[in-house]
Design a protein around this ligand. Sequence first.
Ligand code: IMP
Length: 193
Amino acid sequence: MTILIVATSNPGKLREMQAYLKDTGWELQLKPEELEIEETGDTFTENACLKASQIAQATGNWAIADDSGLQVDALNGAPGVYSARYGTSDSDRIERLLRELGSEVNRKAQFVCVVAIASPDGNIAIQAEGICPGEILHAPRGDGGFGYDPIFYVPDKQLTFAEMTPELKKSVSHRGKAFAALLPQLETLCPFE
Ligand code: IMP
């Protein structure tokens, strides 16, 4: 089996990525802990490609990276690519977002995810994007998932991400949609000896 290094140290993302990739025939390995790539890009695409490419080159293996975040309309798209750096813990980030939104009536937001796969020489072989529209609640609801899940409400399902089963989140989420677009491309890649 060909090794695919998963370039994340976020346990929530790792869990979801492992579930999406489980029947693909790749041997997933977690990136070495000391290999931290700085997210210097201004877009999700730039950061996903940067992470995949640098981890691939550093390890000499194929690598997959996801860059994702939450864009809130009334905050002009913030926190966006800074979603992870918006606070020091999930509850801190949620508190800050709710404070900044205050009593704003426009609660529209979207989660965006870009996934990129790089070959061992660092070239990007595949990339895919997924978007999930929703709304920011006034207070957290549910205790599943990770990150901003408890305040991200999907009107179609009348649930927050944190109230969904992993299967339901997979079928509607930004990451689920990005992987649904990525997997058929991954099959055609097939670098197996
Ligand atoms: P990054 O992709 O490592 O820059 O991190 C993105 C950040 O966005 C994460 O740390 C989370 O705070 C947030 N995020 C991304 N995807 C999700 C999700 O599916 N649910 C909740 N928060 C998410």
